[in-house]
Design a protein. Structure first.
Length: 103
C-alpha cells in the first residue's frame, strides 16, 4: 500500500467549506480512481492546517492519477481557501489498522 499525504494551510474561517469540499467533491472522485483504497481528512482548527491522507493499492496507482491531472484538479478545489501552496509527500504503508482488530 501507498499513502499520499497532502498538507494544506487554509483560511481558518473556511474550515466547514474545506470539509464539505473534501467530503462531497474529492471523496466521490477519489472512489472512481483505479487503486484507491481509502482516505482521511484531519483538521487543526486553531492553526488552519488540514491534512489529507489517501491510501492507494501501490505507488503506481497514486502516481498514475497525478499524471492524468486528477490530483491537481482535486487540489485546485481548495484554491480560494489557500493561504500557501499545498505540499505533498508519499509513504509506503507497511501497516494499516482501524478499529479493534481482535473482533
Amino acid at each position: 500500500m501507498y499513502a499520499r499525504v497532502t498538507t494544506l494551510h487554509l483560511k481558518i474561517d473556511k474550515r466547514d467549506e474545506a470539509i464539505d469540499i473534501f467530503q462531497n467533491s474529492i471523496l466521490p472522485e477519489a472512489k472512481k480512481q483505479q487503486g484507491f483504497m481509502g482516505a482521511s481528512f484531519f483538521v487543526n482548527k486553531n492553526a488552519g492546517k488540514f491534512v489529507s491522507i489517501t491510501v492507494w493499492k501501490d505507488m503506481e496507482a497514486a502516481v498514475a492519477n497525478q499524471k492524468t491531472g486528477y490530483y491537481k484538479r482535486q487540489i485546485d478545489k481548495f484554491e480560494n481557501l489557500q493561504v500557501v501552496v499545498p505540499e505533498f509527500e508519499g509513504f509506503d504503508v507497511p501497516v494499516l489498522s482501524y478499529g479493534n482488530d481482535s473482533d
